[in-house]
Ligand binder design. Structure first.
Ligand code: CTP
Length: 153
């Protein structure tokens, strides 16, 4: 019988921390199912992604370590999916430690260490910072142009 592993996540701006987690989860069983949060579900959590749900799902589904990618639409979906797919292991990153222990009645629940130094939030912050410095560079260029134009007034 196949050992089925299940996990969920947003996977915005897909990065190596996501890949490491999914690869490790896949190695724990024979079939990995990944629930990708829909934009509507994220909206309810006050979370906005840069990459759309359709593209996030496509990226996750295209990974060699992922056998099936499904939409994650609600909090109570986990219990139903474990039942529906006959899941043996439910796994998440360390940041969720303890949060899903209530699923232990249904299957094994594990929390794997996160990859240090990378997260979607950190990438978004870097992008914002770059954006700000870009704006200030543009302002400096505009000031320079204005000062040149003024000389010809
Ligand atoms: N994850 C991980 N290592 C990281 C980042 C994420 O193992 N460096 C794991 C999370 O623990 C989670 C899964 O990847 O089980 C999906 O996480 P997600 O919330 O989509 O990614 P984050 O990069 O943590 O996003 P955010 O910063 O927005 O919370």
């Amino acid at each position: 019988m196949k050992k089925i592993v299940l996990t969920y996540g947003t996977f915005d701006l897909f990065h190596v921390g996501h890949l490491n987690l999914l690869t490790r989860l896949r190695e724990l069983g024979d079939y990995l199912i990944v629930g990708v949060s829909t934009d509507k579900f994220n909206e309810g959590k006050g979370k906005k992604t840069i990459v759309s749900f359709e593209d996030r799902l496509k990226i996750v589904a295209g990974l060699r370590c992922v056998d099936l990618a499904i939409p994650e639409e609600s909090w109570d979906q986990k219990t139903k999916d474990i039942e529906k797919y006959g899941v043996s292991i439910f796994g998440m990153g360390h940041d969720w430690e303890g949060h899903f222990d209530f699923l232990k009645d249904q299957c094994e629940v594990i929390y794997l260490p996160r990859t240090d130094g990378v997260s979607s939030t950190a990438i978004k912050k870097t992008l914002q910072a770059l954006d700000k410095s870009h704006v200030s560079d543009l302002k400096k260029a505009l000031d320079l142009i204005s000062s040149i134009v003024e000389r010809f007034d």
